[in-house]
Design a binder for this molecule. Sequence first.
Ligand SMILES: Cc1ncc(COP(=O)(O)O)c(C=O)c1O
Ligand SMILES: [Zn+2]
Length: 391
Amino acid sequence: MGLVSSLRCPKCGKEPESKTVFRCPSCESILEVNVKIGHLTRADLQAASQSRDHSIWRWFDFFPLESRKFIVSLGEGCTPLIHATRLGAELDIPRLYLKNDTVLPTGSLKDRSNSVGISKAKELGFAVATVMSTGNAAASVAAYAAAAGMRSVVMVPVGTAPSKIIQARAYGATVVVIDGDFDNEVAKLYKAAILEFGWYDCLSSNPYRDEGKKSYSYEMVDQLNGEIPDWVIHPTAGGTGIYAMWKGFQEFRSLGWIQNLPRLVASQSDAETVAESIQVGNPVSLGWRALSALRESNGTAVPLSDEEILDAQSLTARLAGVFAEPAAATSVAAAKKLRESDVIRADDLVICNLTGHGLKQPGAIQISEKEFAPIAPTLAALREKVNKDSG
Ligand SMILES: Cc1ncc(COP(=O)(O)O)c(C=O)c1O
Ligand SMILES: [Zn+2]
């Protein structure tokens, strides 16, 4: 049984009565959930790690839900932690691991958040869920709303990859493409719509939803048998992942289940970018919390060019067999850069989170028309084609 404390303002300490007000009435900060975990013991850790539930919900006690009966799950979490030896050799990081979230139900990390967020919406009795998104969150909210029997309305900026719009639509969402900039017009309309229609807000300003990404830390500790990685690199947009992972590791430490903490790295694009899923110019809501997590962990942030990102995407697919979208490949690009400057040492244990599937944005892969041209059905033509490709 999850023991949920009230929502609390991390800045001024206020604890509003309402469970559906997500911002502090005094200072406007996003409220924080503190789940009561003090009673948990090592036996609970063992039970969770041996659970037959292969989803984030094996960590139920850490999530802000009153009862298991509200859980909306599509089997998210427990994703592979791959020891990428060939890619590691290329980057001179022998202990390089990839946390492969491309295999999540809708193909991105958003499922960790929305499983918790939509479960909470069910508990609170909402009928309509909404989110504004550069794509991945839209598909994820749509899928979990579908599973919960809720309606979803998702708002995306003009220019969002058609594959992402199609995915949200396939789950039955009302998809609204807005002629405007994500951080300005879209954000303004989104806020107004929530006030006007009373929809359930699935943005990172929803404190319940944010708790879902704590599952990264729990899974890493579990999968590494208690060893703490030296570095965890996370593709960063709004900052939820960094902030929530830090919280997750700290919870385990407060219980005495781990002693050390990793250094966290936010990998980001440096401008208008091919990494469209993390193209958030102004992460106002959680930016400060992510920054303090980076500082407290003695971590850093790494800006990357499109060239570096696409190179990392290609290396990850060709040397590790994981096809990640450009935004996700920023973690590998950052690992490469930090190793080249010797910030990451050769014997460090490094985890790169691969947060979205490459098929989310197939247009990022450049294939010339020529490659699709058919060959004659002869061995001679086949030999020529194969020889050309290996050269
Ligand atoms: C593929 C991908 N990676 C990473 C993120 C990071 O988001 P956050 O910084 O909120 O954890 C997002 C979300 O926008 C995403 O779509
Ligand atoms: Zn406050």
